[in-house]
Design a protein around this ligand. Structure first.
Ligand code: ADP
Ligand code: MG
Length: 331
């Protein structure tokens, strides 16, 4: 129901940046390798994402904005092995219940491509959970989602949003975190008429980081990779003896999801302990990969937290890997 969707929206959608996260993840799930984001007023009045992914079949557009309709998980056992970002089928209906959402997409099936058939793109428009318009539209590839006037119908939520400038910052931060996970994907971000960031396809991690962090900061970083037979860790670590960042700049990813986690933070702090110049902070980008069954990503709907099955094993693996790296690279 509309009410259920609004309640769910409270969990999934908090602000423009959380909408952006869901929509970028959907584009990645659709196999896109080009994702363009346009914002107006920090995403408050408009958030527009276009991708070149596989698109949505015309007869499934309505389903995509219906509660618990996910095309990604067919069974409970699959839920335990999710490789896609999404699996709840909750995001689009939630967003559509608290905004005006227009979804345009073109789905080119293998047959239609083979037979060179003409395929039409279709759109659907939902306002505050109600279907207001649908039909045929012009679109060459992929999907475009436009979200207008977020929370216009939920004054209590609107009240908690910050200024457009602050919401824009959060969107940029989120964009940055996701752009680092997929170096094979091109991303762009514009705000109003201003192009803020353009990341090309197949950049290196340091190249991509260079769109967001200053060259001075990046120069202090050393690339590393370590693994045992189960876990693997890679990324960039700052030289503890050089001038560090005044601000803590630490990004953790677990199985490509940006997360914050106290066990990983503790391991990092411990690894740098006694090596940092006083009042400086560690700086790192850390990607941890582990078997899906060692992880529960289903803890929080926004999925920025994970739970490790064996916290001790993770802590000691991460700590020893980081210590080894610091010893090796910055002896
Ligand atoms: P979930 O990602 O959990 O499956 P969502 O509500 O985020 O649920 O999306 C609902 C469905 O809409 C997805 O399962 C997918 O089939 C479709 N979808 C959403 N965004 C896109 C996109 N950019 N490209 C292709 N399909 C999409
Ligand atoms: Mg999703």
């Amino acid at each position: 129901s509309a009410l259920q969707n609004q309640i769910a929206a409270g969990e999934v959608v908090e602000r423009p940046a959380s909408v952006l996260k869901e929509l970028i993840e959907n584009a990645l799930d659709a196999g896109a390798d080009e994702i363009n984001v346009e914002l107006e007023d920090g995403g408050l009045s408009l958030l527009r994402i276009s991708d070149n992914g596989h698109g949505i079949r015309q007869d499934e557009l309505e389903l995509a904005v219906t509660r618990y309709a996910t095309s990604k998980v067919q069974s409970f056992s699959e839920l335990l092995q999710v490789n896609s970002y999404g699996f709840r089928g909750e995001a689009l209906p939630s967003i559509a219940s608290v905004a005006r959402l227009r979804l345009s997409s073109i789905f080119k099936s293998f047959e239609s491509l083979e037979q060179n058939n003409h395929v039409e793109a279709a759109f659907i428009e939902i306002e505050h959970g109600r279907l207001i318009n649908q039909g045929i539209t012009a679109l060459n590839q992929g999907t475009i989602i436009e979200v207008r006037d977020l929370f216009a119908n939920v004054p209590a939520r609107l009240k908690f949003l910050k200024t457009p400038a602050t919401e824009l910052k959060r969107c940029q931060e989120l964009f940055f975190r996701l752009a680092l996970t997929r170096l094979d994907v091109a991303f762009s971000l514009t705000s109003g008429a201003k192009n803020l960031i353009t990341c090309h396809k197949n950049e290196s991690l340091t190249e991509r980081l260079g769109h967001f962090w200053s060259g001075d900061l990046i120069e202090q970083l050393a690339e590393f990779k370590q693994d045992n037979n189960i876990f693997s860790i890679s990324g960039l670590l700052a030289n503890p003896e050089q001038a560090q960042s005044k601000k803590e700049r630490v990004l953790f990813y677990v199985n490509k999801r940006p997360i914050s986690d106290r066990i990983l933070s503790a391991a990092l702090r411990e690894a740098y302990k006694g090596r940092l110049i006083s009042r400086e902070h560690p700086q790192a980008v850390i990607f941890l990969e582990l078997p899906a069954e060692d992880l529960d990503v289903n803890v929080h709907p926004a999925k920025s937290e994970v739970r490790f099955r064996d916290e001790r094993a993770i802590f000691s693996f991460v700590l020893s890997s980081l210590k080894n790296t610091l010893n090796e690279k910055f002896a």
